[in-house]
Structures are given as structure tokens and as C-alpha cells.
Unconditional design. Structure first.
Length: 289
């Protein structure tokens, strides 16, 4: 019963992370009118990293423990958010949401290639159903451009981060220490990238400043830490399917807070992704039976 309770709390945490990330596509696109993409990523992750590192120092905890793995995850985060944020300045929010969601395909593929783990048939079916749901929900691809190609890098990096985070958490690495390391390294790399290309470091409006503060505290600081803690328990395929709900939560956010018109297609797509989660749950129970 205790393990089931822990699993339930982990799932709740992952749903929270997906919900928070689902609010960011439109917000980031709006912020890019007033701040350079690399600078946005840099401010967001550097600030989150400093907050976590500051907390750890206050608690007198070691901040350099397993630092190479933290730097590796930080590099993957940089590889994830730089193309996505730059891509959002070129492509549509719906295209970005769909292409980012393609990580659900790369997770089982990379599991097989990198970790020699062959997904069960039901897990493959769940991935296919989730992909179909993403297509229906977002409308698939429209007017393909360079931003879409950049965002495909994001999808692959997303899958890699999920899988290596799973590996490190299962090894017993402290999620708070590695979070601070990965945030700080990703942020510094993004700021260096902005400086390298001569990007302005100014923020054009107070609204964008508040957006960056929101992105720092919730989608970055809270969601990523919760993800790592949850991945001590949850399987990577289950995590990927829960995270596929990102655009579902984005649509719900648009229909409620955003005041957009309810679209039946979105509800159908979301239902398919939930169905994929149920199929994954059946596969998991069979594997542990």
C-alpha cells in the first residue's frame, strides 16, 4: 500500500509538471517580442539554478556531488530549450507543441538504441495512440519552416533528458543537487550563446519580466525538481505518456483562462492521449504480475 501511495504521489507530480509546461508555449511566444530567445533561456535557468544552489548552501549540503552528470543534464536542457525557444520565434505555437510532443516516439526508440530495452507491444501501442492524439489535438503540421526543424532537435533532447534523468534518479543521485547543477549550467550556456551572437540582454517590457519570473519559478524550478523526484519511482515510458499531456493542458488553459473557443478536435486528441496512458497502465500491470 505504501508503494502504491508513493506511485500515486509521483503521478500527481508528473501531471502537475505537464500542466505547468502546457501553459508556457503561448507565454514564451509573447515574451519573444521583447527579449532575445537565448537571453530568455539564460535568465530563466540561471536564476533557477542560483536559487537552488543558494538553498543548498544555506542547508550546508554539497553542491558539487556527481557534478559531471549535472553538467550533462544541463547540456541536454540547453539543447532542448535553445532550439525550442528560437523555433517559437519562427513557427506557430501549435506546430511547436506538436513537434515537441514527438518525444513520445523518441523515448522508446532511444530506450532500445541506448539502453537495450525493448518496449512491450502494449507500450508501442500506447506510444502510437499518444502520437495520434497529439496529431488530432494540435492539428499536426502546417506550413513547415526552419523553426519546425529546430523544434525537432528539442523533441530528441526532451527524450534524452527524460531517459538520463531516469537513469540517474534510479542510481540514487540527489534530485535537488543535480537540479541546481543542470539549471545553472544550462543558463550559463544560454547566456554565453546570446553573447556569442551579439544578442541584446535587455527586457523590453514589465510584462515580459513577469513572464520570465513565472517561467523561472514554476515551469523550471518546481516542475523539473518534481519530475526528478517522481522519476525515482515512475518508469520512463509512463513519464513520457504523462508528459504527452502537455498540449492537452495547453488547450485546457486556452479554453478556460485564455477564453478561447472550445474545439471538439482538441477534446478528442486529449482523450486519445489519456487512452494511451490507460494502455500503458495495463502493460505495466502485466509486466509486474
Amino acid at each position: 500500500m505504501k508503494e502504491r501511495h508513493k506511485s500515486f504521489l509521483a503521478d500527481c507530480g508528473l501531471f502537475y509538471a505537464a500542466a505547468i509546461w502546457g501553459t508556457t508555449f503561448v507565454m514564451v511566444k509573447r515574451a519573444l517580442d521583447d527579449v532575445d530567445p537565448a537571453v530568455l533561456v539564460g535568465y530563466r535557468f540561471t536564476t533557477a539554478g542560483l536559487l537552488v544552489i543558494g538553498y543548498l548552501l544555506f542547508k550546508r549540503r554539497p553542491i558539487m556531488l556527481e557534478w559531471r552528470k549535472g553538467l550533462f543534464l544541463g547540456f541536454i536542457i540547453w539543447l532542448l530549450y535553445m532550439p525550442q525557444t528560437l523555433g517559437l520565434s519562427i513557427t506557430t505555437a501549435s506546430n511547436s507543441a506538436f513537434i515537441t510532443g514527438l518525444f513520445v516516439v523518441f523515448v522508446p526508440l532511444f530506450l532500445l538504441i541506448l539502453f537495450k530495452h525493448r518496449p512491450a507491444r502494449l507500450e508501442i501501442m500506447a506510444t502510437a495512440v499518444a502520437l495520434a492524439g497529439l496529431w488530432v489535438l494540435t492539428g499536426g503540421m502546417t506550413r513547415i519552416n526552419a523553426g519546425d526543424a529546430l523544434t525537432l532537435i528539442t523533441a530528441m533532447a526532451y527524450a534524452l533528458h527524460l531517459l538520463y534523468a531516469d537513469k540517474y534518479m534510479k542510481e540514487g543521485i540527489d534530485p535537488y543537487i543535480i537540479s541546481g547543477q543542470q539549471f545553472l549550467f544550462a543558463g550559463i550556456m544560454a547566456l554565453f550563446t546570446g553573447a556569442l551572437f551579439g544578442a541584446p540582454f535587455t527586457i523590453g517590457s514589465q510584462e515580459t519580466l513577469w513572464i520570465i519570473a513565472f517561467l523561472t519559478l514554476l515551469p523550471t524550478l518546481s516542475a523539473f525538481v518534481i519530475q526528478l523526484v517522481a522519476q525515482k519511482i515512475a518508469s520512463p515510458l509512463k513519464v513520457s505518456l504523462i508528459f504527452a499531456l502537455e498540449p492537452v493542458f495547453a488547450a485546457i488553459f486556452a479554453w478556460t483562462v485564455g477564453g478561447e473557443e472550445f474545439i471538439l478536435r482538441g477534446a478528442v486528441g486529449g482523450s486519445l492521449i489519456f487512452a494511451a496512458l490507460l494502455i500503458s497502465g495495463i502493460s505495466s500491470r502485466k509486466r509486474h504480475a
